[in-house]
Design a protein around this ligand. Structure first.
Ligand SMILES: [Zn+2]
Length: 141
């Protein structure tokens, strides 16, 4: 466990943090970014286990975006390591694109006139109450 102690405590610093305010601030941003970015795996894993099929919940993309922007700001303003900057410089593009596509898909959902359940686009029947759905959201004859 010496290696672990050395990893946490090194050169009189805990996780690379000394007493300097800006060091504490930016290390905090960097660790928060790591925590947010890493937490997305548990969100995706839990959603997949729950549905028993591979799914990527919208929260996964929000955590990806927030975590990568925190890590990018840490890399740009504190770490200044171009390898780390490049690693997070462009990842926000597919995250935002997936959030846009998800938002459009949600907007096309049909509200069931029978029970109000939000049903996926192109649904013919409500998954909750079985009411026949139309594109306009009115009750079918
Ligand atoms: Zn319904």
């Amino acid at each position: 466990m010496d290696w672990l102690t050395h990893l946490v405590w090194h050169d009189g610093k805990c996780l690379g943090v000394d007493g300097n305010f800006w060091t504490v601030f930016w290390k905090g941003i960097g660790w928060l970014g790591n925590a947010v970015f890493f937490s997305r795996f548990f969100v995706q894993w839990q959603a997949t286990e729950r549905k028993r099929q591979v799914v990527v919940p919208v929260l996964f993309w929000w955590l990806s975006l927030a975590g990568s922007l925190l890590l990018l700001s840490y890399a740009v303003f504190y770490n200044k390591d171009y390898v780390v900057i490049f690693a997070y410089a462009f990842t926000w593009i597919p995250y935002i694109r997936n959030l846009m596509i998800h938002h459009r898909h949600e907007e096309r959902h049909l509200a069931c006139p029978g029970c109000g359940t939000s049903c996926p686009p192109q649904s013919n029947f409500c998954s909750s109450c079985g009411t026949r759905l139309t594109a306009s959201g009115e009750k079918a004859p």
